[in-house]
Design a binder for this molecule. Structure first.
Ligand code: ATP
Ligand code: MG
Length: 366
């Protein structure tokens, strides 16, 4: 999968950007606050229902303007498609090859991208919510049905919480049954995804870090031991029953997949407590590479890889390991740094270089 051309108009500080990215490596360099991450965000948004930075649409439109546009031509399996995104405070409109689309599912898989940014490492140290957000986004990328069942779960949860809040016991059992049923589907899909990711993670961690540490990711849903939907449903029902008293007291559903967490471990110890900063970064990067690999398996084509602020992320050795690995794969990569890194250019053949300054991009050759 490749982004062949990109136009960005009035998106954050990018007033008018028109570029033809290289097929392999693209280096975007520039000082702080010039628009590098904004450009990656624009690329990411073109293929995804949500930004990786914000859920507030107005933030994305350039100050003083009413609309932002992002247009891209994507080559996938030898076929070119044009994607057009219009953003305004009222919402977003998407067109594929000039035809308006109305469902997220119609955009799914058109432009797959995996982003690794400095903020991502935070999910190791932060609360479970950030890990759940990562999990849900990552599962959805490769599993078109996930969004639908996740939304159903949220809707039913809201309804059940409403009954609990108003001490309205009539109908509670019915909504609890429904919640267990959709919850089981959410959990089953998450478990499948994490099992695949866990298998790939170790290999990528060794590739990047070169160390012998054992990196693992696991998902242990609260109150659930089984892996198939029917048994999970029964266990969830049990869980909801066990918590019914406290649910009624607090007026909300206190246990279930909306409260679950991911476990990251290194040599069987919690990464959060025992991993160094560099190990945590390498771990999350390896996770992203595993995700990329999984998407490649599913779509038979590698997604775009967006590496934000690489200069600050890893030491020289790990950077080198990563670049060496990436040169062996047919992936289109966008890398942002603050300096025109000669080390990076030496390892990345055919790298297209763009200078980013005050929201403008200048092509400097490849
Ligand atoms: P760094 O190296 O520090 O990460 P960067 O080049 O990645 O910098 P970006 O995050 O891409 O910087 O851009 C930040 C700039 O974009 C800031 O100057 C910010 O004020 C500006 N910006 C963000 N949103 C908008 C907006 N809606 N309208 C205009 N400018 C905006
Ligand atoms: Mg940035």
């Amino acid at each position: 999968m490749r982004l062949c051309s990109l136009a960005v108009v009035d998106f954050r500080n990018l007033s008018s950007v028109h570029i033809k990215p290289g097929n392999r490596f693209n280096l975007l360099y520039g000082l702080n606050g010039q628009g590098k991450t904004n450009l990656l965000e624009a690329i990411y948004l073109l293929g995804s229902p949500r930004s990786f930075r914000t859920t507030r649409l107005p933030e994305l439109v350039r100050h003083g303007e009413r609309q932002a546009h992002i247009l891209g031509t994507v080559e996938s399996g030898g076929v070119h498609n044009s994607l057009k995104l219009k953003l305004e405070s009222a919402g977003r409109k998407v067109e594929v090859d000039g035809k308006a689309i109305h469902k997220a599912s119609e955009l799914h898989g058109r432009l797959n991208a995996v982003i690794f940014s400095p903020d991502d490492t935070g999910m190791v140290r932060m609360g479970p919510e950030s890990r759940r957000r990562y999990l849900d986004r990552a599962v959805y990328m490769g599993d078109i049905g996930y969004l639908h069942c996740w939304h159903s779960y949220q809707r039913i949860l809201k309804q059940r919480n409403h009954l609990l809040k108003n001490s309205d016991r009539a109908g509670l059992d019915v909504w609890t049954e429904k919640l267990a049923e959709t919850g089981a589907e959410v959990i089953e899909r998450r478990l499948e995804f994490i099992a695949v990711l866990d298998k790939k993670l170790q290999m990528y961690y060794a590739t990047i870090a070169g160390g012998s540490e054992t990196s693992r990711i696991s998902y242990q849903p609260d109150g659930v031991q089984s892996a198939d939907k029917e048994h999970i449903r029964e266990e969830l029902l049990e869980l909801f029953k066990r918590h019914q008293r406290s649910d009624e007291r607090y007026g909300t559903t206190t246990a279930g997949p909306h409260r679950d967490d991911l476990n990251f471990t290194m040599d069987e110890r919690p990464l959060k407590a025992f991993g160094s900063q560099g190990q945590q970064k390498s771990f999350v990067l390896a996770l992203k590479m595993a995700e990329m690999d999984n998407l490649q398996d599913i779509f038979c084509e590698a997604p775009l890889l967006l590496l934000d602020d690489m200069s600050s992320e890893l030491d020289a050795q790990r950077n080198n390991n990563l670049m060496e690995f990436l040169t062996t794969r047919e992936i289109q990569v966008f890398i942002t740094t603050t300096e025109r890194s000669s080390a990076l250019l030496a390892t990345a053949p055919h790298c297209a270089v763009f200078h980013v300054e005050d929201g403008n991009l200048t092509f400097e050759g490849s």
